[in-house]
Design a binder for this molecule. Structure first.
Ligand SMILES: Nc1nc2c(c(=O)[nH]1)N[C@H]1C(S)=C(S)[C@@H](COP(=O)(O)O)O[C@H]1N2
Ligand SMILES: [Mo]
Length: 165
């Protein structure tokens, strides 16, 4: 029990023994590479299709954002759960968008806050046109101090890849 707790606290300092990752069967929405212990390709990358992303621990976040007029409910996996699934060992996430925009998200952020990789808004799947397929959403309304330029620059939309560094 104590051991489990200690292991939890050591998250990302040492690797978390994650369940083996099955290969993606559907279209790959996200590639995770870099300092990870769990992969499902020969290239040392963890690829995720929609079903695999939905199998991770999910959260809803009701919040206003600079991108939509009204508060919206965003849903998707906790970034924390994704990092556990790949056995992430780094301290920074390089988050890369379809247009190659990149931002560095400190792993600390996703441990401190319930940051999600939003796949839908108000129950509707995010298309690429609507910032999808994956959009980093911080719980702004729960923690108003997060609404600042630093955090906004980490709010990457149209995410295709995360490199753990
Ligand atoms: N994919 C992608 N995500 C991105 C950006 C971008 O250019 N491309 N810009 C970031 C920055 S620097 C900020 S401040 C906010 C800005 O959102 P806005 O351009 O809609 O105001 O989104 C962030 N997410
Ligand atoms: Mo920005």
């Amino acid at each position: 029990m104590l051991k489990t707790l200690a292991a939890g606290l050591m998250l990302l300092v040492t690797s978390i023994p994650a369940l083996a990752l099955e290969p993606a069967r559907g279209p790959v929405l996200l590639r995770v590479s870099g300092a990870i212990t769990e992969t499902n390709t020969t290239a040392g990358v963890a690829e995720f299709d929609r079903t695999m992303l939905l199998a991770l621990a999910q959260r809803d976040t009701l919040t206003k954002t600079p991108w939509y007029d009204d508060a919206s409910t965003f849903s998707g996996p906790l970034v924390r759960a994704l990092l556990e699934a790949v056995g992430a060992e780094g301290s920074t996430l390089r988050v890369i968008a379809l247009n190659d925009y990149q931002a560095e998200v400190p792993v600390r952020d996703v441990l401190d806050y319930e940051v999600i990789l939003a796949m839908s808004r108000d129950g509707k799947t995010l298309s690429v046109r609507e910032h999808g397929p994956l959009f980093i959403i911080y719980p702004f309304d729960e923690h108003p101090a997060l609404m600042n330029e630093n955090i906004l620059s980490r709010s990457v939309w149209q995410i295709k890849e995360i490199v753990v560094e």
